[in-house]
Design a protein around this ligand. Structure first.
Ligand code: FE2
Length: 245
């Protein structure tokens, strides 16, 4: 049974070693490859290799920075529940860690992915605004499967696997890349396709969760993400009109 609540004293020596090993390893892997904003946000939120983050402390910090909160869940959330929380500025996160034998591959996200990968950027105002706005669009269309699928695709190619252009260098900011050694190498190497951010294409772009990505989209700034939601809603309106006519 996965824990539904973080009980800090229950972390074992192995958990502490897993956090420390992955933290140090990923920081090294991400050198010159990760968005500078991720590095600032890691400092802002005061994560380090020696200490598994305590959700109470993280929530205190996030509250003053952007008003976001972590909500503990035992496993990956259902889509409806996930988006419902986003609309309330809440991110559903696991609080358990993989074992030392599973350092490189996990079938479902653990705390290293959710907390190291996702949480630091929740302290960035532009990024946090985009995330919340996405949740609000989902909340308005929660029973419309086709629209939720388009939002899932947008989420996938930004929050999970997004790249950003910083001073003409492509850097990673998606949590699915940041928390994975293999995906970091693949996303920043020559074997994958990097495309300009294109909301219309992304809305139609199916993805797979069980393989490295073939194609990544590159944004110019986090503000561009919030801006793209206007076009996202415009496309939805046009789809609706074309169904009616
Ligand atoms: Fe994730």
């Amino acid at each position: 049974m996965r824990p539904t609540k973080q009980i800090y004293i229950n972390y074992t020596a192995e958990d502490i070693l897993v956090w420390k090993t992955l933290f140090n390893r990923q920081l090294k892997n991400l050198e010159n490859k990760v968005s500078s904003e991720f590095m600032y946000s890691l400092e802002r939120i005061e994560f380090n290799a020696e200490t598994i983050p305590d959700f109470m402390q993280v929530n205190k910090k996030l509250k003053t920075l952007t008003g976001w909160q972590l909500v503990t869940v035992p496993n990956i959330s259902e889509v409806d529940e996930f988006f419902k929380y986003l609309a309330q500025k809440k991110f559903t996160s696991t609080c358990w860690l993989r074992s030392m034998q599973q350092l490189d591959y996990l079938e479902e996200p653990d705390m290293f992915h959710d907390v190291f990968g996702h949480t630091p950027l929740l302290s960035n105002k532009s990024y946090a605004l985009f995330f919340e706005a996405m949740g609000k669009i989902a909340a308005r269309h929660i029973h419309q499967k086709e629209i939720i699928l388009k939002l899932q695709r947008l989420y996938w190619f930004t929050i999970e696997f997004g790249l950003i252009n910083e001073n003409n260098k492509i850097k990673v900011f998606g949590a699915g890349i940041i928390s994975s050694k293999e995906e970091t190498a693949h996303a920043t190497g020559n074997s994958s396709l990097k495309s300009d951010f294109d909301i219309e294409r992304i809305m139609e772009h199916d993805f797979r969760t069980d393989v490295l990505q073939n194609e990544y989209y590159v944004i110019d700034s986090f503000e561009q993400l919030t801006e793209c939601l206007k076009q996202f809603e415009k496309e939805l309106e046009e789809d609706k009109r074309s169904i009616v006519t």
